[in-house]
Ligand binder design. Sequence first.
Ligand SMILES: Nc1ncnc2c1ncn2[C@@H]1O[C@H](COP(=O)(O)OP(=O)(O)O)[C@@H](O)[C@H]1O
Ligand SMILES: [Mg+2]
Length: 345
Amino acid sequence: MTAAEQGGAAPDDALAVVAEGVQKRFGRTWALQGVDLAVQTGTVCALLGPNGAGKTTMVRILTTLLRPDGGRATVAGCDVVRDAERLRYRIGWAGQQATVDELLTGRANLEMVGRLYHLAQRAAARRADELLERFGLTSAGGRLAKTYSGGMRRRLDLAASLVAAPPVLFLDEPTTGLDPASRLSLWEAIEGLVHGGTTVLLTTQYLEEADRLADRIVVLDLGRVIAAGTAGELKRLVGGERIDLVVGDPNRLPDAAAALRRATGAEAEVSPGQRRATVAVTTGVAALAAVVRELDAAGIGVEELDLRRPTLDEVFLRLTGSGTTQDRQPAPTAGAAPSERGAGR
Ligand SMILES: Nc1ncnc2c1ncn2[C@@H]1O[C@H](COP(=O)(O)OP(=O)(O)O)[C@@H](O)[C@H]1O
Ligand SMILES: [Mg+2]
């Protein structure tokens, strides 16, 4: 019976990645405590989580670099354990550490990968040129990779993962450590791939990145899925957006707070010391426009007016009760697996 026959879910070939109850243990640490995942073909799914959440472990399992201790997963229709060989030819993978060979030129790096995929010399060279062009590296193609900036290396790494034109691409923290301009150009490169039909599963610590790129976000913490949905759904879950304003004249702060209330129907929090008033909103830019109209009608001048989204820290604070600290460890679960589901193979 197909998933569709079971009750309206998408048929299996519409899902590029399916994971059910995936578990992984390292010694006494459960890195994954039963993770479910479903990524629709042709979409971007972001695994969002702080350090130690289990993101890399999940990607390594889905790319056959690690065997799960429980549960099951398929990628492009191939089981990650039983069909590992076949699966490897259907995916691309770019990890946190760039895998480029520093002592080769950018072009030679790509040609080498092409040869590993059994492309003939001419075909490998042609593919290398195409990819250099696509990632804005044509003029740098003849230079040794060790002379590349961080952003150029990541683009070269991404290009290398695409030599075989895989239908499913895994990117583990593709922009961590990059400057804003490099991050933006990598985002554009990823968007271009998705436009061309590639399914992407990426991991990130940045809500902004998930927001920009992902159709669906799965929030992972301590080896468990703690929330999932579109960026909008996730933000509403953690309390929507805020409008912040700072008045020029401190005496007008009460009037400004009243204007916020009239515009949004919600009570503003006021910080007189900072001449600031803040209100939670659910309608985003429309609320901001209403606030501008009310302030204008009341003749209140403001020095700052911001519509801001929850930060990743606010998301985690709300969902987990703790921030994105780097040193949290999953509580070791003594003895039996945390979930029996799917275990035992
Ligand atoms: N090879 C390993 N040996 C021991 N522990 C590991 C290993 N890989 C990951 N871990 C642990 O598993 C947990 C999840 O790690 P990881 O998947 O790398 O998280 P993330 O990529 O989200 O930062 C962490 O507690 C980490 O210390
Ligand atoms: Mg990681």
